[in-house]
Design a binder for this molecule. Structure first.
Ligand code: ATP
Length: 368
C-alpha cells in the first residue's frame, strides 16, 4: 500500500498565554511506494513520532492530506486505517499469555471482519511463526526477555494483516547485540510480508542499515530524502552531513581564495570556478590519506588499531571537532610515524564537501 503525505503540517497550541505554537511537522510532502521500508531519522524533538502518529491517525494534521493508496484517510480514525503500530515499550498485557496478547486485536473485530476461533488461532500462529516465537505461546510477558517481548509486540501488530506497519523506536530498550539481531529480523519480516513500513529512530546507523530510503528531519522540516548511501555520499546541507556517519564527518572553518581551498594556512585543494569566501569544509573519516607531503597539517594525538582499519586521532585549530578521526586501512600504518608530533594528510576530493558559511547549504565544486 502506497502512503502519501501531501503538505502535512501539525501545530500544537502554545501552552502558556505568551508562548508560541509548536510546529512539530512543517509542510511534509512525500510518497512512500508500496512495500518500501522508510527510516524516519532525526534528533530528539524533530517531529518523527508526530509524523508517525499522523500516519497512524492518533493525531490529525492541522493542514494537508494523508492518502493510503488512492484513499484519503486524513479524517479516518486509526482503527479503520489498517495500521499496525509497535512502540519502544512493548505495551503487552502482563496478565495475558503470549498467545492471548497476539489474539487480542482479533477478538475485537466486529461485523463482517469477525473471525472464527480457529481462524484467529491460525492467524496468531502464523504471526508468531514470522517472528519465531511459536515455542513461547503459553508464557506471560514477565517470563520473556526484552527481545522476545518486542517480537510478541510485532506479532500482535502483524496479526491483523495491516496495510501499513509503523515502528516507533522499536529497538531502544534492547541491548546492543539484540538490537542488531532484531533489526535484521524486522528487515526480514518486512521483506517477507511486503508491508509498507515506517521505522522511526534517532540512530542513524540503525536507519541506514535497514531502510530502502531514509528521511532526515530537523525541527519539523524534512532536510533530505533518499537511499541511505546516496544521502551519505551527497548530503544537501551541513546538518545532514553531520548527522550521518560514524565516526562523524570532520568540519573545518575554511576559505576559498583565488581558486585555492584553504584550511588555516594549508591549501588543501585547488578548485575550478569557485567563488571566493568563507566556507565550512566537511571531510568524511575515510577521506584523509596520511602522506608525508600531504597538504593538511594536524597535531597527531594517537593511533588506534581496530583490526582491518586504523583510526588516526589528530587536532587542527580550524576544526569544529575537538578530535579529528580519520579511518585508514591497517596497511597504511607503516606510513605513519606514531611518535611524530604532526601528521599530514592529502584529501580525497569526493570525500570533501563545501558548505555555505551562512545558509550551510552544500556548494558544488570541481577540482582543478
Ligand atoms: P523523540 O526522538 O524525542 O521522541 P521526536 O522527533 O519523535 O522526538 P516529536 O515527539 O514528534 O519528536 O515532537 C516534535 C515536537 O512537537 C517537539 O518539540 C515536542 O515537544 C512537540 N510536541 C509533541 N507532542 C506534543 C503535544 N501533544 N503537545 C505539544 N507539543 C508537542
Amino acid at each position: 500500500m502506497k502512503v502519501v503525505l501531501q503538505n502535512v503540517t501539525k501545530k500544537f497550541p502554545a501552552s502558556g498565554k505568551k508562548g508560541e505554537d509548536v510546529v512539530a511537522v512543517n509542510d511534509f510532502t512525500f510518497e512512500i511506494p508500496d512495500g518500501e521500508l522508510i527510516g524516519l531519522l532525526g534528533p530528539s524533538g524533530c517531529g518523527k513520532s508526530t509524523t508517525l502518529s499522523l500516519i497512524c491517525g492518533l493525531q490529525k494534521p492541522t493542514s494537508g492530506k494523508i492518502l493510503f493508496g488512492e484513499d484519503d484517510v486524513t479524517e479516518t480514525p486509526p482503527e479503520h486505517r489498517g495500521v499496525g503500530l509497535v512502540f519502544q515499550n512493548y505495551a503487552l498485557y502482563p496478565h495475558l499469555t503470549v498467545l492471548q496478547n497476539i489474539l487480542f486485536p482479533l477478538e475485537n473485530l466486529k461485523g463482517k471482519n469477525k473471525l472464527s476461533k480457529d481462524e484467529m488461532k491460525k492467524r496468531a500462529y502464523a504471526a508468531a511463526s514470522l517472528v519465531q516465537i511459536e515455542g513461547l505461546m503459553e508464557r506471560r510477558p514477565s517470563e520473556l526477555s526484552g527481545g522476545q517481548q518486542q517480537r510478541v509486540a510485532i506479532a500482535r501488530a502483524l496479526v491483523k494483516m495491516p496495510r501499513v506497519l509503523l515502528l516507533d523506536e522499536p529497538l531502544s530498550n534492547l541491548d546492543a547485540r539484540l538490537r542488531l539481531q532484531t533489526r535484521e529480523e524486522i528487515r526480514r519480516i518486512q521483506k517477507e510480508t511486503g508491508i509498507t513500513t515506517v521505522f522511526v529512530t534517532h540512530d542513524q546507523e540503525e536507519a541506514m542499515s535497514i531502510s530502502d530510503r531514509i528521511v532526515v528531519m530537523k525541527d519539523g522540516v524534512v532536510q533530505q530524502i533518499g537511499k541511505p548511501q546516496d544521502v551519505y555520499d551527497d548530503p544537501k546541507n551541513l546538518f545532514v552531513a553531520k548527522f550521518l556517519g560514524t565516526p562523524p564527518i570532520s568540519v573545518f572553518e575554511g576559505e576559498v581564495k583565488n581558486g585555492a581551498l584553504c584550511i588555516g594556512k594549508d591549501v588543501v585543494l585547488k578548485l575550478k570556478n569557485a567563488k571566493d569566501g568563507k566556507v565550512y569544509v566537511g571531510v568524511r573519516p575515510e577521506g584523509f590519506i596520511p602522506e608525508k607531503n600531504g597538504a593538511l597539517h594536524c597535531k597527531l594525538k594517537g593511533v588506534e588499531v581496530m583490526g582491518r582499519d586504523i583510526s588516526i586521532l589528530s587536532e587542527n585549530e580550524a576544526s569544529q571537532n575537538p578530535v579529528i578521526r580519520s579511518i585508514v586501512s591497517a596497511d597504511s600504518k607503516r606510513d605513519i610515524d606514531v611518535s611524530a608530533e604532526t601528521v599530514a594528510f592529502s584529501l580525497k576530493p569526493h570525500k570533501v564537501f563545501l558548505f555555505d558559511h551562512e545558509s550551510e547549504e552544500r556548494i558544488a565544486f570541481d577540482v582543478l
